[in-house]
Design a protein around this ligand. Structure first.
Ligand SMILES: CC(C)(COP(=O)(O)OP(=O)(O)OC[C@H]1O[C@@H](n2cnc3c(N)ncnc32)[C@H](O)[C@@H]1OP(=O)(O)O)[C@@H](O)C(=O)NCCC(=O)NCCS
Length: 120
C-alpha cells in the first residue's frame, strides 16, 4: 500500500519474473529479474510526480532487498505514454516491446538496475 501524506493512495506489488514461467518466456530476459506493478488509485493524485518517487523508494527499500536482486523490469502497455514517461523519470530504460499471452496490447519492456535509480 502506498501512502501519500499518510493517506492510502495506491498499490505496489513485486514478484520474481521466473516464478511465472509463461510470463518469463514471453519476456525472454536472459537474466534473473524482479517485476513490479503499480497504480495510484486517486485521480487527483495522478500527474504530480508521486509515482516515480514512490517507485524508486519501493525498489530501493522493499523489492530489491526482499529478492536480493538489483535488476527490475516493468511492462506498461505501449499506449500508456504517461506511465512510460514516469518510469523513465525513475531511471528505467526501454528495451523493446513484448507480446504477452492474454494481454490486449504489447508491453513496453523497460529495465532498471540499482545503480540507475535516481538519487533519493
Ligand atoms: C503510472 C503512474 C504510477 C505514474 O505516476 P505519476 O505520479 O502520475 O507520474 P508523474 O506525474 O511523475 O509523470 C507522468 C509523466 O507523464 C507525462 N504525461 C502524462 N500524460 C501524458 C500524455 N498523454 N502524453 C505524454 N506524456 C504524458 C507527464 O507530463 C509526466 O511527465 P513530465 O514530468 O516529464 O512532464 C500513475 O500515473 C498511475 O497510477 N496511473 C494510472 C494507472 C497506471 O497507468 N498504472 C501503470 C500501469 S503499468
Amino acid at each position: 500500500m502506498a501512502l501519500i501524506d499518510g493517506f492510502p493512495a495506491g498499490m505496489f506489488q513485486h514478484y520474481r519474473i521466473r516464478d511465472d514461467p509463461e510470463y518469463a518466456q514471453a519476456l525472454a530476459l536472459g537474466e534473473d529479474a524482479i517485476g513490479v506493478d503499480l497504480f495510484i488509485g486517486e485521480p487527483e493524485l495522478i500527474g504530480h510526480g508521486h509515482g516515480p518517487k514512490m517507485l524508486g523508494a519501493f525498489l530501493r527499500k522493499v523489492a530489491m532487498p526482499f529478492h536480493r536482486l538489483d535488476v527490475c523490469v516493468i511492462g506498461p502497455s505501449v499506449s500508456n505514454v504517461a506511465a512510460i514517461r514516469a518510469y523513465e523519470k525513475t531511471g528505467f530504460v526501454s528495451l523493446r516491446t513484448a507480446l504477452v499471452p492474454g494481454e490486449p496490447e504489447p508491453e513496453q519492456l523497460m529495465r532498471i538496475t540499482r545503480g540507475d535509480l535516481a538519487p533519493e
